[in-house]
Write a protein that binds this ligand. Structure first.
Ligand code: SF4
Ligand code: SF4
Length: 110
């Protein structure tokens, strides 16, 4: 019978394999997204769900969240958060694009 320690060892190995795979995929995808000093991130407001992922990964404090009233009165919340890029602080690194679960961020020319 498989021991608990063996299961833990397999789980740790699998976790490492997934982490390496995701890092490789992100690296490959990043190379396909335009970026750099001549570009700046831009948020499509209607796609943003205010999840905060982009602000966490941005090392340059170039993203703020602001509150916006929901369009639908059926949603029982007074406001919803949206991300906003601070253009001057954005270095064009593309990390926020990779982190966004709804593909709300694109890189545009400055
Ligand atoms: S491209 Fe980089 S610096 Fe600009 S907002 Fe996104 S994570 Fe921040
Ligand atoms: S990661 Fe995407 S969905 Fe989440 S707050 Fe940022 S722009 Fe909005």
């Amino acid at each position: 019978m498989t021991s608990f320690q063996e299961l833990q060892r397999r789980r740790a190995a699998e976790s490492e394999r997934i982490a390496i795979s995701l890092a490789r995929q992100k690296g490959e995808r990043r190379s396909t997204i335009k970026g750099g000093e001549t570009t700046v991130a831009w948020v499509k407001e209607n796609l943003c769900i205010g999840c905060d992922q982009c602000t966490i990964v941005c090392d340059d404090s170039a993203i703020d969240l602001y509150s916006k009233e929901m369009a639908s009165p059926l949603m029982n919340v007074p406001s919803n958060r949206k991300a906003k890029i601070i253009r001057d602080a954005c270095t064009g690194c593309r990390l926020c694009v990779l982190s966004c679960p709804t593909d709300a961020i694109t890189m545009i020319d400055r």
